[in-house]
Each structure stands twice: as structure tokens, then as C-alpha cells.
Design a protein around this ligand. Structure first.
Ligand SMILES: Nc1ncnc2c1ncn2[C@@H]1O[C@H](COP(=O)(O)OP(=O)(O)OP(=O)(O)O)[C@@H](O)[C@H]1O
Ligand SMILES: O=c1ccn([C@@H]2O[C@H](COP(=O)(O)O)[C@@H](O)[C@H]2O)c(=O)[nH]1
Length: 239
């Protein structure tokens, strides 16, 4: 095992849906504490960590609860769901000894500070964890695209998509048990095959910015640390 991290600054996309743990909705306490422990290990090894958190454990603009709603309104609800997750994550981080700052893409200043790029960079240099909330701030996008966008803006060396599956497969492994996992795949191939692990906007932005993505399971103990140490874990998506 290499002794020092392979990356100085990373953008970690944490699945909102994974926050539910075994519950049907919301935030499972043991799950969020375990996720934060994994993040703390990486921060304490000297890596600058920025986080984008999803909202699928509470609300998605395109999911059942939004049927019949105006799409943009539903998407704003989804973005607000990510603010709730960001607050819970920051609270859990602070209690674990990390210093977290939440920055929102939507103005909500009594609750969290607005996203200001130089301020975010300053926090990262100071060793604080920056949690980007409210996605891109725009409807019709996802938090995967927010991860690609913020990752490019802060000069992250890698986007880490920590999700419920352990990599990118030839088909959705939850629907097709015969799906094969790739150890690596190019952005062009992932987009040509229409692989549903991330949306095409996120893939295209990362491809154009030559910002690689690692997809791995947030439920696999130590996987985040192994990715950061440059070890073989999950799937690398590259230009
Ligand atoms: N080709 C594929 N390879 C791997 N997973 C896939 C693939 N196609 C679809 N998926 C599905 O994509 C899911 C992960 O993406 P999704 O955006 O739904 O979740 P998330 O990003 O983890 O959650 P959230 O949106 O709440 O942050 C996996 O749970 C898996 O079932
Ligand atoms: O830039 C964005 C990011 C998110 N949304 C809305 O929020 C939900 C939750 O995000 P997930 O990426 O699905 O976890 C998403 O379904 C959108 O409705 C958005 O509009 N813009």
C-alpha cells in the first residue's frame, strides 16, 4: 500500500440515497456517522476534500412525489433536499472533529453561506471540508453535474462518485444480474453506451475538462481511502 495519498484535492460526490441506509426515507444516523468516519480518515491524511451531496433520500424532481408538478418547482424542492443533507453532514463532521463549511448555490443566507469560489478555495487550503449544497442552483440538472462543475472550478484532481454500487457496469446491476463491471472506461464509451450511472451532462463536462471520475461503493469499508491512495478500487472513467 502506498504511504501517501495520490491526490492533493478531491471532489467527493456522496449519494443522497445512500444516506437512508436500510430506512425507507431520510437520514439514517448510523449510516451518516459511518460515512463521515471514512471522510475523516482521508481529510486527516492531508487531502483537501470538497463534497457535493445528493438529495435522492428526500426528494427528486423526476421521482414519484413530483408527478403532476411543474418540473422546475420540483427540481427546486430537490435542491432544497440537498441543503438538508448538507446541514446534517456538516453537523456530523463537526461532531467528529472535522471543520465543515456549507456553501449553497441558492441564496438562503440565514441558513448557510452562499457559494463564492475564492472563499471555497480558502477553506480548502485551511483544511476545512467544503460541502456544496443545492446542486448547480439550476433546475433540470443533477448533483452529479454539480460535482463535475464544482470539481472543475476548484481544480480537483479527481471526482469520486461514492454510490450504492461498486463501479460502472455494462448495464444497471440492480436490474441485470449478468452485467459486467468495468475496471476502467472512457467517457466516450460510457456516453455511447448510455450507461445510467451518471448523467451525460456530468460525463461531458468532466471529459471536456479532462477531469477523471472514480465510481465506487460508499458501503464498502475503506474503499474511499483506497481510491485516494491510488489503489485499484471501483471504476475509473477517463478522457
Ligand atoms: N451502468 C451502470 N453501472 C452502475 N450502476 C448503474 C448503471 N446504470 C444505472 N445504475 C444505477 O445508478 C445508481 C447510482 O446513481 P444515482 O444517481 O441513482 O444514485 P446516487 O448518485 O448514488 O444517489 P443521489 O442521486 O441520491 O445522490 C446505482 O444504484 C445503479 O443502480
Ligand atoms: O443542479 C441541480 C441538482 C439537483 N437538482 C434537483 O435535486 C434533486 C436531487 O438531486 P440528485 O442529483 O438526484 O440527488 C434532483 O432530482 C433534481 O430534482 C436540480 O434541479 N439541479
Amino acid at each position: 500500500m502506498p504511504s501517501s495519498p495520490a491526490h492533493k484535492r478531491i471532489l467527493l460526490k456522496l449519494s443522497g440515497e445512500a444516506l437512508m441506509g436500510d430506512d425507507a426515507f431520510g437520514i439514517n444516523r448510523a449510516t451518516i456517522v459511518r460515512m463521515v468516519e471514512e471522510v475523516a480518515e482521508v481529510v486527516n491524511s492531508g487531502v483537501q476534500v470538497a463534497v457535493v451531496i445528493g438529495g435522492g433520500n428526500i426528494f427528486r424532481g423526476v421521482a414519484g412525489g413530483s408527478v403532476g408538478m411543474d418540473r422546475a418547482t420540483a427540481d427546486y424542492m430537490g435542491m432544497l433536499a440537498t441543503v438538508m443533507n448538507a446541514l446534517a453532514l456538516a453537523d456530523t463532521m463537526d461532531k467528529s472533529g472535522l471543520t465543515a463549511r456549507v456553501m449553497s448555490a441558492i441564496a438562503i443566507e440565514q441558513v448557510v453561506e452562499p457559494y463564492v469560489r475564492p472563499k471555497a478555495l480558502q477553506y480548502l487550503e485551511e483544511g476545512k471540508v467544503v460541502i456544496f449544497a443545492a446542486g448547480t442552483g439550476n433546475p433540470f440538472f443533477t448533483t452529479d453535474t454539480a460535482a463535475a462543475l464544482r470539481g472543475a472550478e476548484i481544480g480537483a484532481e479527481l471526482v469520486l462518485k461514492a454510490t450504492k454500487v461498486d463501479g460502472v457496469y455494462s448495464a444497471d446491476p440492480k436490474k441485470d444480474p449478468s452485467a459486467r463491471r468495468y475496471s476502467k472506461i472512457t467517457f466516450d464509451d460510457a456516453m455511447a453506451q448510455n450507461l445510467g450511472i451518471m448523467d451525460a451532462t456530468a460525463f461531458a463536462l468532466c471529459r471536456d475538462q479532462k477531469l477523471p471520475i472514480k465510481v465506487f461503493s460508499i458501503f464498502k469499508h475503506g474503499a474511499l481511502k483506497r481510491v485516494v491512495m491510488g489503489e485499484d478500487e471501483g471504476t475509473l472513467v477517463y478522457a
